[in-house]
Design a protein. Structure first.
Length: 255
């Protein structure tokens, strides 16, 4: 990683972080939030009515048009990796959306609850990282079994669902099935492609300039990361620094 991401004067960084924290109050298209305070395992985030027939609504997780940048983390990770990510998010007062695979989440409910206690959104990424587009056509029972294997994981209403591999994500067939169950599809607008072992520098170059995998990072984007990425804390540092350079706000835990 070149020093260019980190060579910011401390005073400037503190001022911009404070501004981002004020601007980036939760605007996840929420119509209301329950009475539980941030930090409650039982808190449920009330979101906008489902819209699964518009690709841009799906890619932006049906958030308000002026919503700040939202970072998201998929799949699974070790306890050490998850806690390091949570600690780094705390450092920047940054709210993330986590989409854990269900079979991992069931075995790591302490980590799921920690995500919630720290004020983050938790969605659904199917039970076994299944291809929902295929299952919606070939095996309806297994399709719904992938979505409803266990309770107490997701904490939004409607539930946010990220179809693995985007399989079927923008099709009317999947939209109809999920809409009938009041489930909101939530994919992404910017893909870090961190799963392929790219370095932090390579990922930041991708996010800044775009490449064959993704468009460049802009305002209001939903950014895909993975919990298992080995250098996630360092990547978050570089990512926040880049947002500050762009004067772009992000979702925060406290307004």
């Amino acid at each position: 990683m070149h020093d260019t991401y980190f060579q910011k004067a401390k005073g400037t960084m503190f001022i911009k972080l404070a501004a981002l924290a004020i601007i980036g109050a939760l605007t996840v298209a929420c119509s209301s939030v329950d009475s539980d305070a941030v930090g409650s395992i039982n808190k449920v985030y009330r979101l906008a009515s489902v819209d699964n027939y518009n690709e841009q609504s799906i890619r932006h997780c049906n958030r308000a048009s002026n919503a700040p940048t939202l970072v998201t983390f998929d799949d699974s990770g070790t306890p050490e990796q998850i806690k390091a990510i949570l600690d780094k998010l705390d450092q920047y007062n940054m709210r993330a959306a986590f989409f854990p695979v269900g079979e991992w989440a069931e075995k790591n409910m302490d980590l799921i609850n920690e995500m919630k206690v720290r004020g983050h959104i938790v969605g659904n990424h199917t039970y076994s990282h299944a291809r929902l587009g295929q299952l919606s056509v070939t095996d309806e029972a297994k399709f719904y079994g992938e979505i409803y294997p266990s309770d107490g994981i997701a904490n939004t209403d409607p539930m946010l669902l990220r179809p693995p591999f985007e399989d079927g994500a923008y099709t009317d067939g999947l939209a109809t099935k999920l809409t009938s169950k009041n489930i909101q599809e939530c994919t992404w607008t910017v893909d870090s492609h961190d799963w392929d072992g790219s370095s932090v520098e390579q990922i930041m170059n991708r996010l800044q300039n775009g490449d064959q995998y993704t468009q460049p990072l802009g305002r209001g984007d939903v950014v895909l990361f993975h919990m298992f990425y080995a250098n996630a804390p360092k990547l978050i540092d570089a990512f926040v620094s880049h947002l500050m350079q762009m004067n772009v706000s992000y979702e925060t835990i406290h307004s």
